[in-house]
Design a protein around this ligand. Sequence first.
Ligand code: TRP
Length: 332
Amino acid sequence: MEQNKKTIFSGIQPSGKITLGNYLGALRNWPTFQDTYNAIYSVVDEHAITVRQNPAELRRQTLELYAQLIACGLDPEKSTIFIQSHVPQHAELSWVLNCYTMFGELSRMTQFKDKSAAHADNINGGLFTYPVLMAADILLYQADLVPVGEDQRQHVELARNIAQRFNGVYGEVFAMPEAYIPPVGARVMSLSEPEKKMSKSSENENSYILVMDPPEVIMRKFKRAVTDSEGGIYRSPEKPGVSNLIEIYAAVTGESPEKVEESFSGQGYGAFKPTVGEAVVEALRPIREETERLLKDKASLETLYRQGAEKAAAMAARTLRKVHKKVGFVSR
Ligand code: TRP
């Protein structure tokens, strides 16, 4: 690890499939950090079990997501990419930090309130202390920057409060992390209800594109995308469906939305929708193919995630040792 570089940490849950929205809004940016930062990325399977998971699915999705991170351009030589449960320091630091986090603080987390409403039959302790595990993820690596979606801002804020409280008692143990919320713009909306964000939890499979969707499925979903009866290809609040298609096309081709409007002006939706579909197919193709290749080569994948965990554990152990010493544990 280079000392003069800042550290960036982010985690992603293996609790579902990655959508085009996840890719354009987050994953796609991650490789850009790996030259200028000590970049650390984790597939956070321990977070995933705060809601009930099917074990076989969780295992498969964890591996698939790990392979996808690499397929999206993260280089295991430059970055540290690991599976959270392979680095026991996360659970260990989480326990200590639990003792420096207030019941009231955790009660105020909006995600806890939302998730306990959505899973009323399983409001477990892990769901409540989820943000403490997330704080442990971040603080273990002395992360300076944490790329997350807007919905995670409150959790990063809590991590800062915990770090501040701990440092206040014991001296400078933790670096103070900051949330990095990428500029919106690449906010991808549902294909069937374009007023809503694209989400894999939607009941309608045609509303979202998965990174692993085969080309014919992507094409079918775009051909069914909801538009309007006005007919023009330009962005407007009255045309959320068409605006979304323009934004998606611009995001995957790298053209500006203005340029897209210009080059498609006068054309009909019948031609535009499959053109967007094709552009998305081509943008996702290398990622899907590389993910499939990595998943088939089990031995290499295993080597990669083991090495990732080893690198991560070496960094994490340093912080945990310091923490244990500060709180008064007898050294091992
Ligand atoms: N809670 C994050 C989410 O659901 C995932 C996550 C877990 C994370 N640990 C993290 C993100 C640490 C950033 C840093 O999106």
